[in-house]
Design a protein around this ligand. Structure first.
Ligand code: NDP
Length: 308
């Protein structure tokens, strides 16, 4: 039987509808949650990300402000900007879109963001809260992975969960969150021995690697829940043919759009072996911005002293 599709768009809609109720309640109390999105320079991917974050804020009736310092900005100028945003009462969340230009000390800038407004969940204080299982602002993509797992009714208690990837923004926080829900976790990386064998132990397998279709059928325990965080782009017919067993549909997509988005899992293998699978696109992707909105509302509620 093919895997059950875990539909990220549907889960996004559910969460946004719940969030709208909460935003309405805050508005009745005179609070409009606000997000400042700081975009430095002209990186096209960053421009797209910031645009869709601002657009989502608007569609929810949140206040948002896009701030675009010059590409030549210094670390000191960025620190001064963050300081201003930290002090503004109408701004609940500060998002500094990465990457910053090379002359800017990104770590210093991210650490200057007030932990109470750190809606990306990257500040060491929030990372500390996450590790120790205390409430705080959680990084958006891992929070989205957890929503998919929970809302799809996937049991975590006592489950074996394997995360491939140990980045600070995806792999590590996802593993921590699953551990707090009583899963037994294994974190794999580029030096893991017998990666397919270790991955196959997972009742839940999370792939956050950044390598197109690396997770093939031999990584997947039959019936496992497979969460594919990867977002990779294929641009040529050769790449498509190399990856897909039946490339017909993907080649049509390539023809129509000039590229094919693919995750870290080989999708045909995952559909055949997994019990449930998040497609790419339409799986984890839609949850990342959604959880940024959730974090902004949460930051507003907590900083301005209103409980749900
Ligand atoms: P990073 O490059 O920061 O981390 C990748 C991790 O994968 C590293 O821990 C690395 O190991 C591991 N890895 C790389 N190659 C191998 C290999 N051959 N075998 C085993 N492990 C390997 O990536 P991110 O965590 O930032 O992102 C991961 C993926 O998720 C990317 O495709 C990215 O585009 C996507 N992503 C998607 C988001 C979404 O909204 N859906 C949001 C954020 C990311 P090591 O540490 O040893 O180098």
């Amino acid at each position: 039987m093919p895997a059950r599709i875990l539909d990220g768009n549907k889960i996004r809609d559910e969460i946004l509808s719940e969030l709208r109720t909460e935003i309405d309640a805050l508005k009745k109390a005179g609070i409009v949650p606000g997000l400042a999105a700081v975009l430095v320079g002209e990186n096209p991917a960053s421009q797209i990300y910031v645009r869709s974050k601002v657009k989502t804020c608007e569609s929810l009736g949140l206040f948002s402000e896009k701030i675009t310092p010059a590409a030549t900005s210094t670390t000191e100028e960025m620190l001064a900007l963050v300081d201003q945003l930290n002090k503004r009462d109408d701004i609940d969340g500060i998002l500094v879109q990465l990457p910053l230009p090379p002359q800017v000390d990104s770590k210093k800038v991210l650490e200057a963001v007030s932990p109470a407004k750190d809606v990306d969940g990257f500040h060491p204080v929030n990372i500390g809260y996450l590790v120790s299982g205390r409430p705080g602002l959680v990084p958006c993509t891992p929070a989205g992975v957890m929503e998919i797992i929970k809302r799809s009714g996937t049991p975590l208690k006592g489950a074996r969960a394997v995360v491939v990837g140990r980045s600070d923004i995806v792999g590590k926080p996802t593993a921590m969150l699953m551990m707090h829900e009583h899963a037994t976790i294994t974190i794999c990386h580029s030096r893991t021995r017998d990666l397919p064998g270790v991955a196959r132990e997972g009742d839940i397998l999370v792939a956050a690697i950044g390598k197109a279709a690396m997770v093939t059928g031999d990584f997947i325990k039959p019936g496992a829940v497979v969460i594919d965080v990867g977002q990779n782009v294929l641009k040529t017919a050769e790449e498509v043919k190399k990856i897909y067993h039946d490339p017909t549909e993907a080649l049509k997509k390539l023809e129509a759009k000039g590229q094919v988005l693919i995750g870290d899992c080989q999708p045909e293998d995952a559909m055949e072996k997994a019990g449930a699978f998040t497609p790419v696109p339409g799986g984890v992707g839609p949850l990342t911005i959604t959880m940024l909105m959730v974090n902004t509302v949460k930051a507003a509620r907590e900083r301005r002293g209103k409980t749900q």
